[in-house]
Design a protein around this ligand. Structure first.
Ligand code: P1T
Length: 380
């Protein structure tokens, strides 16, 4: 089945009880048992719920995996992955990643004795140099949030596989429409389904997809034992969102292409960060592993002044100033004071998250209106 059909039909079946084409919202916490342990596959909704199962199956299909798991948020999904580890274990993570992920690693899991190394993944030598027998997981985001760096997934997998280290890829920015990390040898794909998968900014949710049965069983155990599941109503909404993922992504990419071209030529713009640019340092890797270049971009204003960046995001009208991304509507953000404020200034500035950086989540509105909004906002 092709991807554009999978978004609608992948691993889906009509409701066995009624034939309902869309899975009903099974708003129930528990299920009748005939005799203790004798039930129809569901016993308690933390462990499993039919609406959530339909969504988890759809996630697995889209990422070309075997097992999908849905969580209460993207961070809850990441939390479950790190709970595979033990005190003393080490993780090598990209140094340019969502602020909340950095906070979870450094402020929660370091207290439990897990050690995190944050590095740029520009070359595999620095990765190899850090690998030792305590290294259990490599955590990458690609494209990264918010600098839009691209990490060569196959190269990382090649380095890790020699030593059986798990490779997890946060695929939130790319979505399975643009890239399939499991096909490139990664072990775990993670999503903030809050973003493009849901697509309508009305749900907070996380997802994991894996191929390996033993790994899936461990993650299911953690999902049930820790309990950070999502509810049936949210599962229904994300399942509905998924059905238009391919159409939305196509338009996100098209609109971003036009906006990047406009910003590149704008006299008030210093630099644009988007992997589709030929001048982007990782453009060739992006071309190799992605189908298109996505709807997320960042840019800085001429002179690199914080006040100018703030003024631009205040001026924008159609681009709503808000946290999050990946919805049908365009959003703008100031990472240094919003999404990445939990990363110390010195650490974030090293990766380029300066006070003059603006991030755009390009929506699927008419491109003329989006360009006009940027035009008026950049008249500083
Ligand atoms: O917000 P939540 O669903 O818990 O997902 C966390 C998360 C994980 N990974 C990436 C790449 C993310 O971008 C996020 C959430 N990001 C934002 C809220 C943001 O505005 O960047």
């Amino acid at each position: 089945m092709k991807f554009n059909t999978k978004t609608i039909h992948g691993n889906q079946q009509h409701d066995p009880a009624t034939g309902a084409v869309m899975p009903p919202i099974y708003q129930t916490s528990t299920y009748a048992q005939k005799s203790p342990g004798q039930h129809k596959g569901y016993e308690y909704s933390r462990t499993g719920n039919p609406t959530r199962s339909a969504l988890e199956n759809a996630f697995a299909s889209l990422e070309n995996g075997k097992y999908g798991l849905a969580f209460a948020s993207g961070l809850a999904a990441i939390d479950a992955v790190i709970k595979l580890l033990k005190p003393g274990d080490e993780v090598i993570a990209t140094n340019d990643l969502y602020g909340g992920t950095y906070r979870l690693f450094t402020k929660i899991f370091e207290n439990f004795g897990v050690k995190f190394h944050f590095i740029g993944f520009g070359d595999t030598q620095s990765l190899s140099a850090l690998i030792n027998d305590k290294t259990k997981l490599i955590w990458i985001e690609t494209p990264t949030n918010p600098m839009l760096n691209i990490i060569d997934i196959e190269a990382v997998v090649k380095t890790a596989k020699a030593t059986k280290i798990l490779v997890a890829v946060d695929n939130t920015f790319a979505t399975p429409y643009l890239q399939l990390p499991l096909n490139m040898g990664a072990d775990i794909v993670m999503h903030s389904a809050t973003k493009y998968l849901g697509g309508h900014s009305d749900v907070v949710m996380g997802a994991l997809v894996v191929r390996d049965k033993v790994l899936a069983e461990k993650l299911h155990f953690i999902q049930n034992a820790s309990g950070a599941i999502c509810g049936p109503q949210d599962s229904f909404l994300v399942l509905r969102g998924l059905k238009t993922l391919h159409v939305r992504m196509q338009r996100h990419c098209e609109n971003a292409t036009v906006i990047v071209d406009y910003l590149e030529r704008h006299p008030r713009v210093e630099k644009v960060f988007w992997p589709g640019l030929k001048t982007h340092p990782n453009h060739e890797i992006a071309k190799k592993q992605m189908k298109d270049f996505g709807g997320m971009l960042s840019f800085s204003t001429k002179g690199n002044r914080k006040a100018d960046a703030i003024k631009v995001v205040e001026n924008l009208k159609l681009f709503t100033l808000a946290e999050s991304l990946g919805g049908v509507e365009s959003l703008c953000g100031h990472p240094a004071s919003m999404t990445h404020a939990s990363i110390p200034k010195a650490v974030r500035e090293k990766t380029g998250v300066t006070d003059s950086l603006i991030r755009l989540s390009v929506g699927i509105e008419d491109i003329t209106d989006l360009i006009n909004d940027l035009k008026q906002a950049l008249k500083l």
